[in-house]
Design a protein around this ligand. Structure first.
Ligand code: ADP
Ligand code: MG
Length: 324
């Protein structure tokens, strides 16, 4: 019987500032995977990006539990495609556009998905005065590396003094930086699962203890943020957020899984913040928690994600590669 088990390679770690978060996510995923169905092969991607390609080649299926650049941005997905390995999560395109906060937002704009105002800066030498930014975006802004996660390199800036520092910090992690207007509202998250047929979860709410949902609030401070499920929103707003979450997933050509994050103002105005195509699976992570609230255990959730990966692979394998 053991021979028939699907050999699953769990990629974790990675050449990303989110390496440590990935280790925790992978530990939880490995713990929850159904051992009667799967033979699990943990494959560590070291901080320099190196890993054992031989182990990857021998598995039937891959679960990339890698957050951030080199893991969540389409590069690993490209390698898996070339190696003909089915895998969890979006393919190259969905992963790439879901990682880049600038390209993502431009696609949202095209699809008329509600977002806040933003400005993109492509070089640390592009000396834009803070007064000019404030004229466009308002008195308070968020400065972020375009491609990153876990709030790494992100700063809220409200005065000229912090502007240069925030830019320098963001440019440490990416060659492109996005500056956004600060949106004051509830932070809401929605889990999405599916390929062509998309299912959305109940909504969760994050209430950071301090200024915003920083790296520290996410993973270091014990009570950095409170998680409230279901989110405290009127039914009509909840439904609208869920509808937009599905639209975000489709607009960004995503498959498998995604967690769509929002801000909802007091007046009920909805803004999409971002999608995470390999969302966290730590103890405090919303993606699995929201499904649990809907009665789906993480073990069952992982079964479904694996099925979706296999289904997508099958579909791709059936495409013609020769003209006849
Ligand atoms: N435009 C914004 N307005 C208000 N808060 C923001 C804004 N952008 C980010 N934040 C805060 O910073 C956190 C991290 O930003 P986010 O864009 O989600 O980056 P990451 O991809 O690192 O999670 C958010 O969870 C939120 O608390
Ligand atoms: Mg986020």
């Amino acid at each position: 019987m053991a021979k028939n088990k699907l050999k699953i390679g769990v990629l974790f770690g990675g050449k990303s500032a989110e390496h440590d978060v990935s280790v925790v996510s992978a530990k939880n995923i490995i713990g929850a995977l159904d051992k009667s169905k799967y033979q699990i092969y943990p494959i560590k991607v070291h901080r320099d990006g190196s890993f054992d390609l031989k182990s990857l080649k021998k598995v039937d299926f891959v679960f990339p539990v890698l957050h951030g650049p080199y893991g969540e941005d389409g590069s690993m997905q490209g390698l898996l495609k070339i190696l003909k390995k089915p895998f969890v999560g979006p393919s190259v395109l969905g992963s790439a556009v879901g990682m880049d906060k600038d390209v993502m937002k431009r696609l949202f704009r095209d699809a008329k998905i509600p977002i806040g105002k933003f400005v993109v800066i492509r070089s640390v030498d592009e000396k834009i005065p803070f007064e000019k930014i404030q004229k466009i975006l308002g008195p308070s802004v968020f400065v972020k590396p375009a491609n990153m996660g876990s709030s790494v390199g992100i700063n809220k800036v409200e005065n000229k003094k912090d502007w240069d520092k925030a830019l320098k910090d963001a440019f440490l992690y990416d060659t492109k930086v996005i500056v956004e207007e600060t949106i004051i509202g509830q932070e809401i998250e929605c889990s999405v699962i599916g390929n062509e047929n998309i299912i959305v979860s109940a909504l969760g709410e994050i209430v950071p203890k301090n200024d915003f949902y920083s790296y520290k609030a996410k993973y270091i401070a014990k009570d950095g943020a409170a998680l409230i499920i279901p989110a405290r929103l009127p039914k009509a707003v909840t439904r609208k957020v869920q509808r937009i979450a599905a639209e975000v997933f489709k607009t960004l050509c995503c498959e498998g899984m995604g967690r769509v994050d929002f801000f909802v103002t007091k007046k009920g105005k909805i803004y999409v913040n971002e999608i995470n195509t390999i969302p966290g699976f730590t103890e405090i992570s919303m993606y699995p928690k929201l499904w649990e609230a809907d009665g789906i255990t993480t073990t069952k959730l992982l079964d479904r994600l694996i099925d979706l990966g296999l289904e997508r692979f099958e579909r791709e394998q059936n495409l013609k590669t020769i003209v006849s």
